[in-house]
Design a protein around this ligand. Structure first.
Ligand code: ZN
Length: 411
C-alpha cells in the first residue's frame, strides 16, 4: 500500500476541526462525574448518535453498582452509567480495541461546570482534554478509516466505559473480555503535558480502612474508651512513613473521617488511600506492609482494623510487541511532522488493564492540553485535528497490514 493513498483522508480528518471543537464543547457542557449516571449516559447517547454514521453493532451494558466503605463506616453504593460497546466487522482477520471513558472527575456539585475560551487556542472546561476531546479524536479517525477500501480487513471494537476515573473497578471485566478478541489497543487518554506519549505506567491500588474502638464519656470514664481516631491516626502515620522505603512505591493517604461529639471517645474512624507501584513484585511488599500495620492496630486491646481494596491496576510494562507498535506510531508522527516521545508516568489508565490482559497498547492518543483533574483543565484545540490525522494514519497503516507479521501472521 502506497502511503500517498492516505493523504486525502488525513486532510479530511484535519478538516473536521471545527466540528470536533463544537462537539467537544457539547460533551463538556454535560456533567458526567463518575457518580452522575444520568450525565454519563447522556454523553454516551450523544456519542452513539455520532457513531451511528459508521453503523456499528451497539450494546448498552449495565454494570454492577460501585461499592465502597462510606465515611460513616457503612457500605456506600453508587449506580454507574452504562458502558457502551460498538463493534464493526467482527469477522475481519485483524481486530483492534479502541477505548475511551465517558466519565470525568468533576461531580455534579463541583463548582467547575462551565466551558469558556482562555484565548483562541485554549478551551477551558471540565473534561475537555480528559477525555471528551479525545473521544472526538477517536471518532474522527474511525470515520476517516471507514472511507478507505483497506478498512475491510480491519475489525474494531470500541468500549466507552463510565468508571475510568475511579479506576474502572466495574468495567474492568469488559476490558479483559475485549482483550480476548482484539490483538492490540488504542486508548484516547490525553497526551502528557509536554505532548509526549505515556510509555511505562505505574500500577495502582485503592484502599479503605475502618477502625472500630469503644466509646466512653470524655470526662467520666475516658480510660474505658478505646479511641478509634487515635488508632487510625497512628495507622495513617505509619502508612505515610512507607514513602521512601522502596523505590517506585508511593502511598497517598487521601481521605479521613471519624469521631463526633467532643465529650465522647470516638468509636469509629475511616480513611481511604492510594498506593502506586512500579514493579509487579512491589504488590507483595505492599500487602505485607499493610498486613503488618493492620496487625499493629488489631493487637491493641478493644480496637479492630478492617482493610478493603486491592491493586486494581497492575504496572504497565512495555513488551517488545508494544515497542513495535510505538515504532509504527513514531513513523506515522514523523510523516506528519509531529514529535513523538515516550515518557514513563506514575499515572494509570485502562492501558494498564489491557497490558495486564496481554494486549499491547498505546494509551495517550487523545488530545493535548493541561491541568487535567483540576478546575484549570484546558484543551489545546488545534491538537484535535493533529491527533485525528495521526490516528487516521495509524489505523490506515494497521488496516494495510503494516504490523501483520507481529500481530496477524495469518491475515
Ligand atoms: Zn482520562
Amino acid at each position: 500500500m502506497n502511503s500517498a493513498d492516505f493523504t486525502p483522508l488525513l486532510t479530511w480528518a484535519e478538516r473536521q476541526q471545527a466540528q470536533m471543537v463544537e462537539r467537544t464543547i457539547e460533551l463538556a457542557r454535560i456533567n458526567s462525574g463518575t457518580f452522575n449516571a444520568a450525565g454519563v449516559d447522556a454523553v454516551g447517547e450523544r456519542l452513539l448518535n455520532w457513531f451511528a454514521t459508521l453503523d456499528p453493532q451497539v450494546e448498552r451494558l449495565e454494570l454492577p453498582p460501585f461499592e465502597r466503605l462510606g465515611s460513616q463506616g457503612q457500605n456506600e453504593v453508587h449506580t454507574l452509567g452504562h458502558a457502551l460497546r460498538l463493534r464493526l466487522r467482527p469477522e475481519a482477520p485483524r481486530q483492534i480495541f479502541l477505548g475511551g471513558h465517558l466519565d470525568t472527575v468533576y461531580a455534579s456539585d463541583d463548582p467547575f461546570q462551565q466551558v469558556n475560551w482562555l484565548d483562541p487556542s485554549r478551551l477551558h472546561g471540565p473534561g475537555v482534554t480528559d477525555m471528551k476531546g479525545g473521544l472526538l479524536v477517536m471518532l474522527t479517525a474511525l470515520m476517516a478509516l471507514e472511507q478507505h477500501p483497506s478498512a475491510e480487513g480491519l475489525g474494531w471494537e470500541v468500549l466507552l466505559n463510565p468508571d475510568e476515573e475511579i479506576g474502572s473497578p466495574c468495567s474492568a471485566p469488559l476490558i479483559a473480555d475485549a482483550a480476548r478478541r482484539c490483538q492490540l489497543g488504542l486508548l484516547y487518554e490525553p497526551a502528557l503535558p509536554d505532548g509526549s506519549y505515556a510509555g511505562q505506567r505505574k500500577g495502582s491500588g485503592n484502599f479503605s480502612v475502618l477502625v472500630k474502638g469503644r466509646s466512653a464519656h470524655a470526662g467520666r470514664n475516658l480510660q474505658e474508651g478505646r479511641n478509634a481516631v487515635r488508632a487510625l491516626a497512628d495507622f495513617i502515620s505509619a502508612l505515610d512513613d512507607l514513602n521512601g522505603q522502596r523505590p517506585g512505591v508511593t502511598v497517598n493517604p487521601a481521605f479521613i473521617h471519624g469521631g463526633g461529639p467532643l465529650n465522647q471517645v470516638p468509636d469509629s474512624a475511616m480513611a481511604r488511600f492510594n498506593i502506586r507501584i512500579e514493579a509487579p513484585e512491589d504488590e507483595r511488599w505492599c500487602q505485607q506492609q499493610l498486613a503488618r500495620l493492620g496487625a499493629g492496630i488489631n493487637g491493641r486491646d478493644g480496637l479492630s482494623l478492617q482493610l478493603q481494596g486491592d491493586f486494581g491496576r497492575k504496572p504497565k510494562l512495555l513488551s517488545s510487541a508494544n515497542l513495535e507498535l510505538f515504532d509504527l506510531l513514531r513513523e506515522c508522527a514523523q510523516a506528519l511532522g509531529l514529535p513523538m516521545q515516550l515518557m514513563p508516568t506514575g499515572g494509570c489508565c485502562d492501558g494498564n488493564n489491557l497490558a495486564a490482559a496481554g494486549i499491547p497498547n498505546i494509551d495517550t492518543l487523545g488530545a493535548e492540553g493541561g491541568a487535567i483533574h483540576s478546575a484549570s483543565e484546558f484543551l489545546l484545540v488545534e491538537s484535535l485535528s493533529r491527533r485525528a490525522a495521526l490516528s487516521t494514519r495509524l489505523l490506515l497503516e494497521l488496516a494495510s497490514g503494516r504490523l501483520d507479521q507481529r500481530f496477524w501472521p495469518a491475515a
